[in-house]
Design a protein around this ligand. Structure first.
Ligand code: SIN
Length: 328
């Protein structure tokens, strides 16, 4: 009798346990800071769509765009605390976690977006994706935004034009050094504060991509833009190693496949946005867009070049060399 009772209890416990396990739905809160119309915003939404098609009942994705939940500084802490599970911050914002990603901020290192893509797909670029793993941050993929442009309330045609101007920068020591080479005053500031700071004159200028300049309306509060393409805004899609390791292998595999598919689309959206948003800004008539001569461009590149040497040890010369190879 007691054996029958024990067996019955064991069966009941097994059933209850497996039902609980079956019912477990993993929730991915994905926080980001741009609008849903940007390449990153569209890619985050597409990721949600594919996950909900292919992992229904196993994984649910909640997207929080436009700094609704956290800005980029807060999101990294939130990710490590398990309050969100995914984000895609600019690689410029990880100085506290790894110095290696500073490579993406070196001025005039990448000729254009396709050089960036070549580097991120190279063995060195792929190895760099794991640079913050010892801090609990897992790089899942690189997402492109595009090449950055300069702006102020005066034409910036040669480096001397930037001297004394206050520029908003992302929280990167490399970007700080970049603006110091032209005797400007760089100020680290959250993305969500830039529009107000520009319109109230707290800062004089900024650097960003055509997509962010359009969607955040910076072109309405800056009289002059320079098509400098002097740097890149590249993202890293991240999760915490703790969250990733907690997922069953089959879910990890499906998520990785989805991310690959989303990344390919994201790149296409970014390339399209770079051109479309530039044309939109020019056509708006709200600001002037200056094109530099080759001579002017070379001057900017020459003045900013010492930044490479300053960060070479942190970044690794072999990584810089691999990036340069992609310009050929
Ligand atoms: C972003 O595109 O995520 C924002 C970049 C910035 O802070 O300028």
């Amino acid at each position: 009798m007691s054996l029958i009772r024990t067996t019955a209890i064991l069966i009941l416990l097994t059933l209850t346990f497996s039902q609980t396990a079956m019912a477990k739905e993993n929730v991915i809160k994905f926080s980001h800071i741009t609008t849903e119309k940007t390449p990153k915003g569209k890619a985050a939404n597409y990721f949600k769509e594919l996950v909900e098609q292919r992992l229904k009942g196993k994984v649910r994705v909640e997207i929080f765009p436009n700094s609704q939940l956290y800005n980029d500084k807060e999101v990294l802490k939130a990710l490590l605390l398990g309050d969100v599970q995914m984000a895609a911050p600019s690689l410029s914002k990880f100085g506290k976690y790894t110095k290696k990603w500073g490579i993406f901020d070196l001025p005039f290192l990448f000729k254009d977006a396709s050089s960036v893509e070549c580097f991120t797909n190279s063995p060195q670029g792929q190895a760099l994706l794991g640079a913050a793993e010892d801090k609990g941050i897992k790089g899942l993929a690189y997402w492109l935004n595009g090449m950055k442009q300069l702006s102020a309330n005066k034409p910036l045609l040669v480096p001397d034009d930037a001297a004394g101007e206050k520029f908003r920068i992302m929280s990167s020591d490399v970007l700080e050094a970049q603006f110091k080479t032209v005797k400007a005053n760089p100020q680290k500031m959250s993305f969500s504060e830039v529009y107000n700071a520009l319109s109230t004159g707290v800062i004089d200028g900024q650097e960003n991509t055509w997509s962010n300049i359009r969607t955040k309306k910076f072109y309405e509060v800056q009289s002059d833009f320079t098509e400098s393409n002097h740097g890149v805004l590249e993202y890293v899609l991240i999760t915490s190693t703790e969250f990733w390791d907690s997922l069953p292998k089959d879910i990890q595999k499906e998520l990785s496949a989805i991310i690959k598919e989303v990344t390919a689309k994201e790149t296409r959206w970014a390339l399209e946005a770079a051109e479309e948003d530039k044309q939109f800004i020019i056509a708006s008539g709200r600001t002037k867009v200056h094109t530099l001569t080759n001579q002017q461009l070379e001057l900017w590149a020459e003045v900013m070049k010492p930044v490479w040497k300053k960060f070479e040890v942190d970044i690794g010369k072999e990584n810089i060399d691999a990036a340069l190879k992609c310009n050929n």
